[in-house]
Design a protein around this ligand. Structure first.
Ligand code: ZN
Length: 130
């Protein structure tokens, strides 16, 4: 069973994610999340631009076989230009790593963010000031 994971990231990192999503709007943006897990906290500390990302109107995908083996990648973040931050079946089928983070239009606050684990359960996000 265990406790649910809490995802933590800095305000700056979240702002960078929002910025990228705004730039690609109305297309979807996708980035990899690099971080470290300690106890029940998953600390995200870096964004990685995926090689050969496809930014479509439907789902932003990355051919996973082209990825380097990198165990510091803990998940992905992608944008939902519709503003709906629920996990779609397509998202679920493209699960990579431990978490999937979705940011929805208008990409402004924590209310526009949802994070799910590999079971599709909602995880909470903790924003730090650094
Ligand atoms: Zn999606």
């Amino acid at each position: 069973m265990g406790t649910k994971l809490i995802v933590s990231m800095s305000q700056n990192l979240l702002a960078t994610i929002f910025e990228g999503a705004k730039q690609l709007y109305p297309r979807e943006n996708i980035l990899f999340l690099r971080g470290k897990k300690s106890k029940d906290i998953l600390q995200i500390n870096e964004l990685v631009v995926p090689p050969f990302a496809v930014h479509g109107q439907g789902f932003a995908t990355v051919p996973l076989y082209m990825l380097p083996v990198d165990f510091s990648i803990v998940g992905t973040v992608h944008s939902h230009p519709s503003g709906n931050i629920s996990l779609s079946n397509v998202d679920f089928n493209h699960f990579f790593g431990r978490i999937i983070m979705i940011v929805g239009f208008p990409f402004i606050s924590k209310d526009n963010v949802a994070i799910y684990d590999s079971k599709g359960e909602n995880l909470s996000l903790e924003i730090t000031n650094e």
